[in-house]
Design a protein around this ligand. Structure first.
Ligand code: ADP
Ligand code: ASP
Ligand code: MG
Length: 417
């Protein structure tokens, strides 16, 4: 007998039929003797609709009210799943973030979990064998008592945090794919499912755009050493042996991975924007004059490239920001024009970042160079490059994203036979 968290994403709870299917997955684990806490997302498309309603009501809305609105999607699915479980004879109770409570910071719309009291859930496991159904994505900022949300995709983080709080043996993330693949299987049909992937590599994949897990959930799993198992909710519950090993991907510590490869996976993100500040005086303080105001405006700068301008005397500085922050970033640089001292700005929003990830890069040289050649062979221009210990990224025109991802996937021997 063990203790499990089962998390179901939006497509897995998209309608009543699927919620009933989820209930049967939960029943399977309860019948096998496990204590179970379930974390649910909103029905697929619901959160987008709620976000859009906020925007339609007023583009400049209060983040506390945005959270009050968008957290409602998860409230509905938690209640419905509790009803569906009760209907098949399983004792179940729904829990909103504030009822547990899941305490967070006050950064509305992107709050961080700071603590969860799991004692009531554990007590009910012991006393009543009751399944807890927790609304994902939401929490409470206790000093004000307001509802908060954890940022898009945040139910994954709710699940890992609940797993840590109730000292679960494992956190199962049920989704619409049967594991983590070498790249998005919807873009590269030849992508392979991995049996295991190290936390560090999954963290890079997620932060570079693989949305199968929210970045913070992987961070939390790593810190708490909580094994995370990504698997499909579309398998028939009746076909699964609760004591066997179903198809899926285990995210675990590096030591548990026997066969490590140089390149593990490829991620991409189309939500990027490029800003090039042209012909700046090459003198101390220029980078501070550009990036200081961006940091103050809470804008995350990712890639940075500095090179000599076309006149041979001054310097150009190119950087990328999330597409959502593009207008604010551009306005910030324009406002500081006199202080920075530059000739002009060139910008592009039709850019994408492709990242190659693998812990084997620590000990292998020349991995990136092969990619640059492969992209050159396909006439794909690289606008910027960044590297870190176990990853490198290139910025290219969005139109070439799929071509680049597929080319690199083949280059590093990741294609399925
Ligand atoms: P959920 O609603 O269950 O949270 P998401 O849509 O957030 O599901 O995440 C699952 C999706 O992530 C998949 O449908 C897939 O298209 C995408 N994805 C991107 N990169 C990967 C990858 N490397 N492996 C698996 N899925 C990936
Ligand atoms: N429903 C939220 C979203 O769509 C949280 C989640 O699904 O993880 O972002
Ligand atoms: Mg998700």
């Amino acid at each position: 007998m063990g203790r499990l968290v089962m998390k179901f994403g939006g497509t897995s709870v998209a309608n009543i039929e699927r919620i009933q299917n989820v209930a049967r997955h939960v029943k399977r684990e309860v019948d096998a003797g496990h204590d179970v806490a379930v974390v649910v997302s909103a029905m697929s498309g619901k959160t987008n609709e709620l976000v859009e309603w906020c925007r339609a009501a007023s583009p400049m809305h209060d983040a506390r009210e945005y959270d009050a609105v968008v957290a409602s999607g998860e409230q509905v699915t938690a209640g419905l799943l509790a009803i569906a479980l009760q209907a098949i004879g399983i004792q179940a109770r729904s829990w909103q973030g504030w009822q547990i409570p899941i305490k967070t910071t006050d950064a509305h719309a992107s709050a961080r979990i700071v603590g969860i009291d799991g004692s009531e859930i554990i007590k009910r496991f012991k006393e009543r064998k009751e399944v807890a159904i927790v609304s994902g994505f939401q929490g409470i900022y206790e000093p004000t008592g307001r509802i908060t949300t954890l940022g898009r995709g945040g139910s994954d983080t709710s699940a890992v945090a609940i797993a840590a709080a109730i000292r679960a043996d494992r956190c199962d993330i049920y989704t619409d794919v049967d594991g983590v693949y070498t790249t998005d299987p919807r873009v590269v049909p030849k992508a392979k499912r991995m049996d295991k992937i190290a936390f560090e590599e999954m963290l890079e994949l997620a932060s570079q755009g693989a949305k199968v897990l929210q970045v913070r959930s992987v961070e939390l799993g790593m810190v708490q050493n909580m094994p995370i198992f990504v698997r499909s909710s579309f398998d028939k519950p009746e076909d699964i042996d609760p004591h066997g090993t179903p198809p899926g991907t285990l995210i675990c510590s590096e030591e548990e991975i026997v066969e490590s490869q140089v390149v593990t996976g490829i991620a991409f993100s189309k939500d990027e924007a490029q800003i090039s500040v042209r012909q700046i005086q090459d003198k101390p303080g220029v980078a501070a004059a550009i990036f200081g105001p961006l940091a103050e405006a809470n804008i995350n700068v990712d890639m940075i490239v500095q090179n000599v301008s076309e006149d041979g005397k001054t310097t150009d500085l190119t950087f990328t920001v999330p597409a959502a922050d593009y207008t604010r970033a551009k306005d910030t640089i324009i406002k500081s024009k006199d202080h920075i001292g530059y000739a002009r700005l060139d910008t592009a929003t039709d850019v994408a970042k492709v990242s190659v990830i693998g812990s084997g890069m620590r000990s292998h040289a020349g991995v990136a160079a092969e990619a640059f050649q492969a992209l050159a062979d396909r006439k794909i221009n690289i606008r910027a490059i960044t590297t870190s210990e176990i990853k490198f990224s290139v910025l290219i025109d969005t139109a070439y994203t799929e071509l680049a991802v597929r080319a690199l996937h083949t280059l590093y021997g990741l294609d399925r036979d």
